[in-house]
Design a protein around this ligand. Structure first.
Ligand code: SF4
Ligand code: SF4
Length: 454
């Protein structure tokens, strides 16, 4: 076991790798997205300047790198809006990360941004250091501007697209982060085709917006989470069984994923990477690689605030889930603490019976505990709000997933599934009656869908 800079020894139960989202500006952002309850987390640090200090940054990077045994280390920034720290902070961060890098380690820098501050200097820097940039876009302009607005309430679509153009001009790897909410939940293909065909996206992540609230807090929550002159401001906590009017509906989220999957699996496998689908394939293969929400247990994806406070997860930045401060306790001690180990195990141990007996449990694992606030049909608490959507989605993709998993097991590319499905579709379409429902499952008559004569 290697000694750490603080004189400690790496705990025996330390994971070989883990992921920390660093929030150098805390919850501070230059935008005012209506669904962003993280804006309200500013209230956890009254009076703070919300800027990570240089010596704290050094402490963090040293601890992060000396605690990893896996060769690849993710160094990840998020917010709020991390670019508000200014480019010099990131230049220094990269330089210091290389200083603290252990022999044989490779660094993967990632940054999640709203894209509105980007220019040639930022993008050239990202390219030089191989950053993977997560860019938030919610679809074509009306879908994006519905909620992603600036402090004056104006849509940000034009600014974000300018940021994307700049990233593309410099050849930076971009992951599109699309939140799914009331304004785009019924338009999956418009959103997906926009990303694929108009933006040329290769990596896409869909993130359901679920803003929980108690019945008492709901009217305030519906009004938004940012500061408002003279208005009472709610602090978001994981409490209540209600959701805001902006939140995605469970069934609609399932239909959203299904519609995109059906298009993707017939024409885009191997050229567009959608996190939900990649992660599902890992679970169908029984291989590692699923994202934390679809793993049996979790606890290896934490969040670090601007002042060194470490929280169990980015979605649990609440006092009850604060593990400690890395200036007082080494982060690997906090990650391997009994509280954090229990946090990770609880994902599995708190599953209601309905999930434990579910036919797609192996793929879903009850999704993220943050969303488990409804009751099962039998009345047991702790079912995931998105259950209806995920049950439909995972059942729907079962067969194509099995086909892809079989191809991979035979060392053949998963993309061959497209030819297999095309053959099947052709046979089904040849046999379909023109007035019968279309075999593609669109719900339209065959003659109005795939059997249409142009
Ligand atoms: S709480 Fe949810 S988001 Fe956080 S690590 Fe666990 S599964 Fe992942
Ligand atoms: S689909 Fe529903 S019942 Fe099945 S594991 Fe997921 S949340 Fe539980």
């Amino acid at each position: 076991m290697s000694p750490l800079s603080s004189g400690l020894t790496l705990p025996q139960n330390a994971p070989p790798a883990f992921h920390i989202l660093l929030k150098p500006t805390g919850a501070i952002c230059n935008l005012d997205c209506k669904y962003c309850f993280f804006l309200s987390k500013e209230m956890l640090y009254p009076g703070s300047r919300f800027r990570m200090a240089n010596d704290l940054l050094d402490t963090y990077l040293r601890q992060l790198l000396e605690s990893h045994r896996a060769p690849e280390v993710a160094v990840a920034w998020q917010g709020g809006e991390p670019t508000l720290m200014g480019l010099d902070f990131f230049r220094r961060s990269v330089e210091r990360a290389h200083t603290f890098k252990q022999p044989g380690q490779r660094l993967q820098f990632t940054l999640q941004t709203n894209g509105t501050q980007l220019n040639d200097d930022w993008c050239a820097f990202f390219k030089e250091h191989n950053f993977l940039v997560g860019l938030s876009i919610d679809g074509p302009q009306p879908m994006h501007d519905a909620y992603r607005v600036n402090k004056g309430g104006a849509g940000t679509f034009g600014q974000v697209l300018a940021g994307l153009d700049c990233l593309k001009k410099h050849g930076v790897d971009v992951n599109i982060l699309c939140t799914v909410h009331a304004a785009n939940q019924h338009h999956p293909l418009d959103a997906y085709r926009f990303f694929r065909d108009e933006l040329g996206a290769e990596f896409i992540q869909f993130i359901p917006i679920i803003e929980r609230a108690t019945a008492e807090l709901l009217p305030l929550a519906n009004a938004g989470w940012s500061e408002r002159p003279g208005g009472e401001r709610p602090l978001y906590t994981l409490a209540g069984q209600q959701v805001t009017e902006r939140s995605v509906q469970p069934e609609a989220f399932g239909r959203f994923l299904i519609a995109i999957f059906d298009e993707w699996v017939r024409r885009d496998v191997g050229r567009v990477f959608v996190q939900h689908f990649d992660s599902a394939l890992a679970n169908w293969l029984g291989a590692p690689g699923a994202v934390c929400i679809f793993n049996e247990t979790c606890g290896h994806a934490l969040a670090l605030e601007h002042n060194g406070d470490l929280y169990s997860c980015d979605h649990f930045v609440e006092p009850a889930y604060k593990l400690g401060n890395i200036t007082q306790t080494h982060l690997i001690e906090l990650i391997t603490s009994p509280e954090q180990l229990k946090f990770g195990r609880d994902k599995r141990d708190s599953l209601p019976r309905y999930c434990r007996e579910c036919e797609v449990r192996f793929a879903c694992h009850g999704e993220c505990p943050r969303n488990r606030f409804i009751a099962t049909p039998g009345g047991e608490p702790g079912l995931n709000y998105l259950c209806a959507g995920y049950k439909a989605f995972f059942n729907h993709i079962d067969r194509p997933m099995k086909l892809m998993a079989n191809l991979l097991r035979q060392n053949r590319p998963a993309a061959e599934v497209m030819a297999l499905l095309a053959k099947e579709d052709a046979a089904r379409f040849a046999a379909a009656g023109r007035n019968e429902p279309c075999p593609c499952g669109s719900g339209k008559k065959f003659k109005q869908c795939h059997g249409r004569r142009e």
